[in-house]
Design a protein around this ligand. Structure first.
Ligand code: H79
Length: 583
């Protein structure tokens, strides 16, 4: 059966995409906020580089961060004199942690609420009846982690904020957009203690044990002598990635503990020279990933290095960071190791930098220039440092945005609650949950980089393998709704907690032919209703049906509502995908 239907969709899209007064930001030329560059104060500050003024500099790439233990806080702007303000724009792009907030102005020495909200979730525009005051503040009352805000902007009445035009994609990102799903591997000396030191279990993530237990370098170094992972098998790891339906593999070549998981000429503190094992897993992974058509990538902790006197963050053996010769560390270890990794292991899909302490724009540029000079196609994530030199945005660890985000982005996430193996962490996310997270991320325009933490013997915990393979089975049937798929045209989260929408092609928009995939994590039974489609509906079917039998469809007389008659039962135990083709 073939149906044609044209309906005006603008109202529906608006109602789904826009809750309250929020909208997307802003096309060129943008109005300048009243607040830009004005004096600003914050309740607390994370460290140098994360001052309050970073939320007031017109630069989305810099941000204010509150103190490490803060779960609330405020940013206060002084406009210098009484000024009329009609709306604010708040950007919480990379770390969407706010749970309750208010915008306030000061009157007669007291703060008054002008507008309130719960999540900020990316970018938020809040309009209100114009108020005249000199001091305004963003008051974050509750947050799930340290509050951090890219921009807090105040605007005059009449300033026009319109939807942000999507930048054309750099062709370098093509494979990344296609891939959507990658395997992260955090494996190192920390996998041996597996979350315990001297018999005491530590709650923190496993790969942080040296820091958590403040283990002296000389003592931690002894772990290298025990590093002899007889069960390491690169072929099995790459096979797992393939079975799981993952298209890239990011291997932790050097974490914050400073120990290199490859044969480095730069530092003997590596798994070839300092261990009885004497193998280079990166070489073996390169060959295995080639065989399985997995893009090889690496994680490298470029600034934090607890093993080196001048590396970032070890203040239990060494001087505080501000007294270190950090450039010596970059020059003699970090930069040359990145050079080795880019030179000795064939084409590298992306480099995952992390924790950019002390990474000024100037220092970041040394890394970006080095990467580009050796492998111009290699992508750089957004944790390199200041200077906006990245190719795509890394969200906070385990943080999935609540809304569609433009530009290329990725959420790296744990499969339990740790990255590096911990023997006591059995809190595995189940396959239905992982599938949901994958689809949720793709529906918002992102990639999912899911981590496993191999054990000290080199084997990947069986529960991780079983979970990944189960999701891989779902992908075998439903992969076209994930790989290279684009974000939902229906606004954030389809207005439903257990349905999601993805599209083909990646840049599909209303009016173009393509396919809409409705991910029904909860089976509606009987029929599926779609209110308004601004295009021509051709046909629909379930991806899990090998015959792709066409489903009955009906239109209301007004032509604004499509009803698809569904099979009686869900076609998949996790996510039944309904494909609606548009011509
Ligand atoms: O490799 C994984 C993590 O080790 C790394 N990013 C992912 C990909 C990472 N580096 N830093 N962080 C994550 C933030 C770490 C925060 C914490 Fe802690 C470490 C929370 C508990 C231990 C530092 C020490 C903050 C509180 C105590």
């Amino acid at each position: 059966m073939k149906h044609t239907l044209i309906a005006s969709l603008a109202a529906l899209i608006t109602s789904l995409a826009v809750t309250g007064a929020e909208t997307r930001l802003p096309a060129d030329p943008q109005p300048t906020p009243l607040s830009e560059g004005k004096p600003v104060k914050a309740s607390t500050v994370w460290s140098a580089g994360y001052e309050a003024a970073k939320a007031n500099d017109g630069d989305d790439e810099s941000r204010w961060g509150a103190a490490p233990d803060a779960r609330s806080g405020w940013l206060e702007v002084d406009l210098g004199q009484d000024t009329e303000v009609a709306f604010v724009v708040i950007k919480e792009l990379a770390y969407q942690r706010t749970k309750a907030f208010a915008v306030e102005c000061k009157e007669g020495g007291n703060w008054h609420e002008i507008a309130t909200g719960n999540t900020i979730a990316g970018e938020k525009v809040l309009k209100f009846t114009p108020v005249t005051a000199r001091y305004f503040r963003l008051h974050i009352k509750a947050a799930s982690d340290v509050p951090t805000i890219e921009e807090f902007q105040l605007y005059a009445p009449g300033a026009k904020i319109t939807a942000r035009a999507e930048k054309p994609r750099d062709p370098k990102l093509k494979w990344f957009d296609e891939a959507k799903y990658g395997l992260f591997i955090n494996w190192g000396l920390y996998s041996i203690p597996a979350g315990e030191w001297n018999g005491k279990p530590y709650d923190n993530i496993g790969e942080w044990i040296m820091h958590s237990a403040k283990i002296p370098v000389k003592e931690y170094e002894q772990l290298a002598k025990q590093f002899n992972p007889g069960k390491f098998n690169a072929e099995e790891w790459a096979q797992l990635a393939e079975d799981a339906g993952m298209k890239y593999l990011v291997f932790d070549c050097k974490h914050h503990d400073g120990f290199a998981l490859y044969h480095s000429e730069i530092s003997k503190y590596n798994c070839y020279d300092a261990t009885p094992w004497k193998r280079d897993p990166m070489k073996e992974l390169q060959a295995a990933c080639d065989r399985h058509h997995i893009k090889l990538c690496f994680y490298y902790s470029q600034a934090t290095d607890w093993h080196e006197p001048n590396g970032g963050m070890n203040n239990w053996d060494f001087k505080p960071d501000n007294e270190k010769d950090f450039d010596q560390y970059l020059r003699d270890k970090s930069l040359p190791q990145v050079k080795e990794l880019l030179s000795n292991y064939g084409p590298i899909g992306l480099i995952w930098f992390d924790v950019p302490v002390m990474m000024s724009a100037q220092r970041s540029k040394l890394f970006a220039d080095l990467v580009h000079s050796i492998q111009p196609a290699t992508l750089i994530n957004s944790r390199l440092g200041e200077g906006n030199l990245h190719d795509y945005q890394s969200m906070g660890d385990n943080e999935i945005p609540h809304r569609v985000i433009s530009g290329a982005w990725e959420t790296a996430a744990t499969i339990n609650d740790t990255w590096g193996y911990k023997k006591n962490d059995h809190n595995w996310k189940q396959p239905d949950n992982i599938t949901f997270k994958l689809v949720d991320i793709v529906s918002k325009g992102g990639n999912y980089l899911l981590n496993v933490g191999p054990m000290g013997d080199g084997s990947i915990p069986q529960p991780s393998q079983d979970i990944l393979r189960k999701v891989g089975k779902w992908l075998k049937v439903n992969g076209e709704a994930v790989y290279g798929a684009g974000k939902t045209p229906f606004g954030d989260e389809l207005g439903k907690s257990d349905w999601r929408c993805t599209v083909q092609p990646l840049d599909w928009a209303w009016g173009k032919p393509g396919k809409l995939y409705f991910h029904l994590f909860k089976w509606p039974g009987g029929q599926f209703n779609l209110t308004g489609v601004n295009g021509k509906i051709k046909q629909s079917y379930m991806l899990a049906d090998p015959e792709r039998k066409l489903l009955g469809m009906e239109l209301t007389a007004a032509g604004d509502k499509l009803t698809v008659r569904l099979p009686e039962k869900a076609t998949d135990e996790i996510d039944s995908v309904l494909c609606v083709e548009v011509e």
